[in-house]
Design a protein around this ligand. Structure first.
Ligand code: R7I
Ligand code: MG
Ligand code: MG
Length: 349
């Protein structure tokens, strides 16, 4: 489809859910042989399975709250979004939430809370979380707001409801930017895509709060930019091992060690790869490759799924995968609603 087509919206939201659901199998695993990944993915084609056997985790649970809030309010409303996070957590606390964020979600359910951003600020001795929990649910912001400045602003605020460390919320900004660009067809020119992300993040990471956090955490001056430069170096290489990807970019629970990794997975899998079946579509390659990295597989596959889904569109997703994953059909429906909201905003201004 063309820029911002319905197929791209559906691809983005559905593939994010699939990444979360199929990635859950290997979350936290240290080494994942590609053979195990392919076996797991093959088992999804089994006709006797189907209808939501793979459950989604916190990644999708929170993304669904973001989507519902944006659709219901037809804009960003921090009170409404915070309420939905808290309600969702208390209804299903067993979705595999991060160990720290649970405290925030409990505080957000208090009716006496005056500042919804305060619980997030109290995390980790007042420094806030740098986990990838903001980034894992950032894609819907790119599907709700056509304007780049809005995507950046609201992805950041949406993440700050739980992640007040700049590495946490800027990871969300980066993820939303990647989905935004992919939706426009920017992955047709991968070099320009990564350059554009670097340019945007240069500006984002030049803010004082970002510089302070980077210094305190002993990271590079502009940590996400530095990682994106590594992504650019790696994507130029014809051969690269899984071990190198993990050591250069990471596969962990910090936004810094997972968002650039997800972006790399998408870029690397734009072409057929020796380690992956020839019959696979680019989207299938991307998800399989994310799983083979081990570590935070549900989240990396969820984020890469959103970016890749926005590029390849819904047609690249196997029906059998959709049938196996809880919430995939809902995501497809919501993608259609977000597509309408997006195009209303671009007309109405
Ligand atoms: O970021 P968050 O929502 O976790 C998301 C991850 C995804 O992989 C999901 O699939 C789910 O499995 O969890 O939750 P947080 O609790 O805010 O952050 C996750 C973890 O990162 C924390 O439990 C800490 O171990 C670590 N962490 C920190 N550790 C020390 N200092 C995050 N911020 C800090 C910090 O400032
Ligand atoms: Mg999860
Ligand atoms: Mg995870």
């Amino acid at each position: 489809g063309g820029p911002a087509s319905l197929s791209r919206f559906r691809g983005a939201l559905v593939a994010a859910v699939l990444g979360d659901c199929v990635g859950g199998e290997f979350e936290g695993a240290e080494e994942v042989p590609m053979e195990s990944v392919l076996q797991h993915l093959n088992s999804l084609d089994d006709e006797t399975k189907g209808t939501g056997i793979l459950e989604y985790s916190d990644d999708t649970a929170m993304a669904r709250c973001v989507v519902q809030s944006l659709l219901t309010r037809a804009s960003f409303d921090e009170q409404d979004m915070a309420r939905r996070f808290a309600k969702e957590y208390s209804a299903s606390p067993g979705r595999g939430y991060g160990a720290g964020v649970i405290q925030v979600l409990k505080k957000l359910s208090s009716p006496h809370l005056s500042d919804v951003y305060q619980p997030a600020r109290d995390q980790f001795n007042g420094r806030g979380s740098f986990g990838n929990g903001g980034a894992m649910r950032a894609a819907p912001f790119a599907l709700a707001f056509p304007d780049l400045a809005n995507v950046k602003m609201y992805a950041r605020l949406g993440a700050m409801l739980t992640h007040s460390c700049s590495l946490g919320y800027n990871g969300a900004v980066l993820q939303a930017l990647a989905v935004h660009l992919s939706l426009q067809g920017a992955l047709d020119l991968p070099q320009q895509f990564i350059s554009r992300l670097i340019t945007e993040m240069e500006e984002v990471e030049s803010e004082e709060a970002a510089r302070n956090d980077a210094r305190i955490l002993k990271e590079a001056e502009k940590p996400l930019c530095e990682r994106l430069h590594r992504v650019r170096d790696l994507m130029d290489r014809s051969k690269i091992s899984i071990e190198e990807v993990i050591s250069e970019l990471g596969n962990g629970i910090a936004a810094l060690h997972s968002v650039p990794t997800a972006i790399f997975c998408v870029l690397h899998c734009l072409q057929p790869r020796e380690c992956l079946p020839e019959s696979y579509s680019g989207l299938e390659r991307t998800i399989a490759y994310c799983l083979a990295l081990g570590g935070d597989t549900d989240t990396i596959a969820c984020m890469a799924g959103a970016i890749a889904g926005a590029h390849y569109g819904i047609e690249a997703i196997p029906q059998s995968w959709i049938k196996c994953c809880e919430g995939a059909e809902d995501a497809d429906m919501n993608a259609k609603r977000l597509h309408m909201l997006y195009h209303q905003s671009s007309q109405g201004g």
